[in-house]
Ligand binder design. Sequence first.
Ligand SMILES: NC(=O)c1ccc[n+]([C@@H]2O[C@H](COP(=O)([O-])OP(=O)(O)OC[C@H]3O[C@@H](n4cnc5c(N)ncnc54)[C@H](O)[C@@H]3O)[C@@H](O)[C@H]2O)c1
Length: 325
Amino acid sequence: MTLLLNRNDVVSLLEMQACMNVVEKAFAELSNGTAVLPLRNSILPPEGLALYMPAYLKEMKALACKVVTVYKNNPAKYNIPTTIGKLLLQNPETGEVICIMDAGYLTAVRTGAASGVATKYLAKKGDNLTAGIFGAGVQAKMQLWAIAHARKITKAYIYDLNFAALDKFVNEMSTKLDMEMIIASSVDDVLNTDIICTATSSSVPLFDGNKVKPGTHINGIGSHTPNARELDEAIIKRSKFIGDSKTACLSEAGDIMIPIKDGVINESHFYAELGEIITCKKPGRVNDEEITLFKSNGLAIQDAAAAKLVYDMAIEKGIGCEVEV
Ligand SMILES: NC(=O)c1ccc[n+]([C@@H]2O[C@H](COP(=O)([O-])OP(=O)(O)OC[C@H]3O[C@@H](n4cnc5c(N)ncnc54)[C@H](O)[C@@H]3O)[C@@H](O)[C@H]2O)c1
């Protein structure tokens, strides 16, 4: 039998702190050599991007493959999300597919979770920090939710080109998070914060990197194809660059690939993988003046870890529907 979990089931089971805990372990497994993570396959249908993402985490006994698509015009054209997907979870001992689950919400939470973990390790300390969020869509909400688990955020500035999305963000998130939420009147409002997240569907840089203040931590999650970037050369050059995976960053992330191609930096600018910071192989932030940057492309190990967590909880709580496929 295979357990089917729909979006509502996943929403009812997946909490940010628990997801951050397993995502942190997954990055540690990657760094310690107990994860299998082939580079994902991608296909470019006319309207979007389709990704096929397998991973195996030996310690966590999680074997999974996700099919996810990113169609930027979905919200306006069809009133469905930009990012949608489904995931197959397998029993690593037998190979059987034990669960099929919706992976739209799971993708957003595990993407937030990676930024939450990066923020925990890399952002400067303090209990009166401010956040700046570029984007007011699905991922952006999860970014703010996650970083609020890593640091005490008292005020957040949100910037988007879409006013309806901004209103929705503030209405939804102000009931969930205990902080002041302000719709930014300019990009500069966002740049004047301690922790910046870029979570837009833009494929061109969102701001002038020379304007970012010393000590800022940035999570860049929106772009993940070689010709798209949210971050300009200036901020890449000024930052200590930590990526989710070196291989993924150097083959998928325009944010670093374009400056390398233009000769502004070379590959040695890639400082560390997040797992190397978590497992103390390399130091993270060393002072309050450094600008740290976490570049997230989204790894299948995050999905496998989050899906195993959801599945175990579903079994424990008797949630979902068993079917013979
Ligand atoms: N790194 C990862 O693991 C990961 C995971 C999932 C999605 N993503 C990426 O995140 C991005 C956002 O996904 P989503 O599901 O939140 O989409 P979404 O459509 O819900 O939200 C995107 C928002 O970005 C805004 N935007 C676009 N250009 C902008 C600009 N120049 N300035 C300010 N705002 C701008 C749009 O108005 C929209 O509100 C996509 O590119 C997606 O591929 C990354």
